[in-house]
Design a protein around this ligand. Structure first.
Ligand code: MEV
Length: 328
């Protein structure tokens, strides 16, 4: 039996645009998904996942996609959740050269599902690591990242970049641009505050929405390119330790994401509450549509303001996690 874990993430700058080859910067955060894998003799797949922030999400089934469990969560979210586990196990079986290995998984996560905090990437990375180790194979973190990306890409119908999976696999701060993935050394502390509205966005659908807007309007395509410019500016600010500038660019990035139609009333309310409280900058993080914002604030003022903001269900300080996927 092997237990592995992998961190969630916040995207500091560049979500959505990264899907079209612009750069993005993300940070792993100290909230993890943990998956225990045990080899079984029956050739099937059993999943126990009663703590993925979905009430009653305990799933037990064997074999293929038939015999889906009857649980009280939106079908799309359940489909996607199961898809990540199934895809991760398929990748692990392939990596281990054991296509018929039976596997029993137990998963728990302190990252809410669909909240823009990288829960699916974390679950996928942790599952690949736990199952490959249980099957006697050790992958380096870049291979875990690559296999996890293939899973996300499939489950999200091609609407995925390498951002979440690479960040979760290697930890720390990372830069993604197309297939180029880079760990950003020298970033050890960022005063990140997360506000979460308790909701979930459908990443595949949100990415598809931006895609069609970009195809329909040249100015939407220009907006995506402008996000790339903002990220390049943010990268320089991060390098120089200029948090004021980084914050201003986060604000700008949120405006561009709003224009692309992926913000939400709750996200805007939390962004404005953070700014009013004196945050250096605030923006939605992840796919949007609901979920989370990330703000920069060294003081407790943003977290306090978010606690009193209508629509904010949870707020916490997100410490940068320098470690990626690991065996527990
Ligand atoms: C999701 O966390 C970030 C998106 O840019 C999609 C992706 O990069 O895969 C919206």
């Amino acid at each position: 039996m092997v237990t592995a874990s992998a961190p969630g993430k916040v995207i500091l700058l560049g979500e959505h645009a990264v899907v079209y080859g612009e750069p993005a910067i993300a940070c792993a955060i100290e909230r993890r998904a943990r998956v225990t894998a045990e080899r079984t003799g029956d050739g099937g797949l059993t999943i126990h996942a009663d703590d993925l922030s979905l009430d009653g999400f305990t799933v037990e089934y064997e074999g293929g996609p038939d015999g889906r469990p009857d649980v009280d969560v939106p079908a799309a979210l359940l489909e996607a959740g199961m898809g990540y586990f199934e895809g991760a196990v398929a990748q692990a079986r392939e990596a281990a050269g054991a296509p018929a290995a039976g596997v029993e998984l137990t998963a728990e996560s302190s990252i809410p599902l669909g909240a823009g905090l990288g829960s699916s990437a974390a679950v996928t990375c942790a599952t690949i690591e736990a199952v490959t180790r249980e099957l006697g194979v050790e992958l380096d973190e870049r291979e875990v990242a690559d296999r996890a990306y293939r899973v996300e890409h499939d489950v999200q119908d091609g609407n995925a970049s390498r951002t979440d999976t690479f960040c979760s696999a290697v930890g720390g701060a990372v830069r993604i641009e197309g297939d180029d993935t880079e760990a950003l050394d020298g970033v050890s502390h960022l005063p990140l505050v997360v506000g979460y509205d308790g909701g979930a966005g459908d990443t595949g659908a949100l990415v598809a929405g931006v895609r069609s807007m970009r195809e329909q309007y040249d100015f939407a395509a220009d907006t995506v390119e402008t996000v790339g410019d903002v990220v390049r500016g943010g990268e320089a600010a991060l390098h120089e330790g200029d948090l004021d500038e980084l914050g201003r660019l986060m604000d700008f990035n949120h405006g561009l994401l709003s224009a692309l139609g992926v913000s939400a009333r709750t996200l805007d309310a939390m962004v404005w509450a953070a700014r009013d409280a004196g945050a250096l900058g605030a923006k939605l993080t992840g796919a949007g549509g609901g979920g989370s914002i990330v703000a920069l604030d060294e003081s407790d003022d943003t977290a306090t303001a978010l606690r009193y903001t209508q629509g904010c269900e949870q707020t916490f300080r997100a410490e940068l996690d320098t470690e990626g996927v690991r065996v527990e």
